[in-house]
Each structure stands twice: as structure tokens, then as C-alpha cells.
Write a protein that binds this ligand. Structure first.
Ligand code: PGA
Length: 231
């Protein structure tokens, strides 16, 4: 079980307080994805720390980007790539996401690669097609790399309070695993109240938590639910 907290563009909790709360939790791998300015403090607190994005080049004239070697120099362990907010607000493409993922893995970082359909795509019955296109791009670039994890995040469930039902999540996860044999985390309004029923699904290997990861107690309680289920 893996539980990752995506703090997005929020300051997030105090890294030392969070590390203390999570210490001694067995059976679950916990990851934090803070804003760039808090990466060093999270590393120093002993948390497994991922950036929220990473570029494919080692260095270069790419204002606003960060490279795998720069993250590694800070002691960062990995990065998210392809979050729907990157895809939709900043125009990231399947090709770019795949390049980011493959460069990060090649550099020795872990990667959580995010995929998921919009409400419109689901309504049109295009969920499977969309997931196939997104996952194929990542698989073709990275293969079933042992440091690669996928996150299924239906866009309609992110930050909306509308969680996918456990059955909807399970169905999508099972499909993704036929395409790429790696662990798949569920993301989209995961909270202490709904974590267990999602994590109990056989193909749900953990959670990527946004809003509920900003509070030490609620993130810790999701991590504890994960630890109880498959420890
Ligand atoms: P949420 O965000 O838990 O606030 O819905 C999840 C994510 O975007 O990773």
C-alpha cells in the first residue's frame, strides 16, 4: 500500500509534525508531494518526498521547470507527472508526460504518473479509450519500470467531493493493470471517511490524496486505514 499526499500550491502541514505522526506506521509507504519550496524541509524531516512535476532535460533554458538532477541534489526521491491540473491548466500532452516520466526514471527517481478521464469523456463512454491512450503513452516510454506507479484520478472526482464508487475505481484500475503491470493508486476526493472502502478493492494499491493531505490528522488517518487493510 502506498499513500501519497499532493499538497498542490498550498503550504501544507509542518513536515516534522507530519513525520512524527507517521513514524512507526507499518504496512504502508507514505509519500509527500509538497510545493518546491518545502521539498528540502520534507527531506530533512525524513519523509519520502516527491516533487509535483519534473522536466525531461538535465538542464537548460526552461524557465519555471525543474530537472531530475536538481531534485536528486536536494535528496528528493521522485516526482508526480501528468497530474490532470498540469494537463488541463498548463497544456501538458501525453507525449510530454511520457518524456518527463521516462527521464525521471532514467535518472533514478520514483514516478507517480497520473491518468484519468473528464466528466465529458465518461458521459460519452470514452473512459476506456482515454485511459488506454494515456497509459499506453507512459508504458511505451517507460515499460513496467519498478520505480513507476500509476495514479488513476478521474478528473470529475478531483477537489469536487465526488469520489468514484469503489466499483468504478476497481473497474478502471483493473483495466489500467492489463495495460501496464504496476501498482495503481486511486485519487479524487479521498478522505478518512471513504479511504477504507476504496483501498479494500483488490486492484486499488493505495491513494493519491489532495485536500485531505493538508491536515496531519486526516492524512495520518488515511495512512492508518491503508496500513490496516494490507499490512
Ligand atoms: P483531491 O485531489 O483529493 O483534493 O480531490 C487529488 C489530487 O488531485 O491528487
Amino acid at each position: 500500500m502506498i499513500v501519497a499526499g499532493n499538497w498542490k500550491m498550498f503550504a501544507g502541514p509542518d513536515p516534522r509534525a507530519l513525520a512524527e505522526e507517521l513514524a512507526g506506521l507499518g504496512g504502508v509507504e507514505t509519500i509527500v508531494c509538497p510545493p518546491y519550496t518545502a521539498l528540502a524541509a520534507c527531506v530533512a524531516a525524513g519523509l519520502t518526498t516527491y516533487a509535483q512535476n519534473v522536466h525531461w532535460a538535465d538542464e537548460g533554458a526552461y524557465t519555471g521547470e525543474i530537472s531530475p538532477p536538481l531534485l536528486l541534489a536536494l535528496g528528493v526521491h521522485g516526482s508526480l507527472v501528468g497530474h490532470s491540473e498540469r494537463r488541463h491548466h498548463f497544456g501538458e500532452t501525453d507525449e510530454g508526460v511520457a518524456r518527463r516520466a521516462s527521464a525521471a526514471l532514467a535518472a533514478g527517481l520514483g514516478v507517480i504518473a497520473c491518468v484519468g478521464e473528464t466528466q465529458e469523456e465518461r458521459d460519452e463512454g470514452a473512459t476506456e479509450t482515454v485511459l488506454r491512450i494515456q497509459v499506453d503513452a507512459i508504458r511505451d516510454a517507460c515499460g513496467a519500470n519498478e520505480r513507476l506507479v500509476v495514479a488513476y484520478e478521474p478528473v470529475w472526482a478531483i477537489g469536487t467531493g465526488r469520489t468514484a464508487t469503489p466499483e468504478t475505481a476497481q473497474e478502471a484500475h483493473a483495466l489500467i493493470k492489463t495495460l501496464l503491470d504496476r501498482p495503481v493508486l486511486y485519487g479524487g476526493s479521498v478522505k478518512p471517511e471513504n479511504a477504507a472502502e476504496l483501498l479494500e478493492q483488490p486492484d486499488v494499491d493505495g491513494a493519491l490524496v489532495g485536500g485531505a493531505s493538508l491536515d496531519v490528522d486526516s492524512f495520518a488517518s488515511i495512512c492508518e486505514a491503508a496500513a490496516r487493510i494490507r499490512s
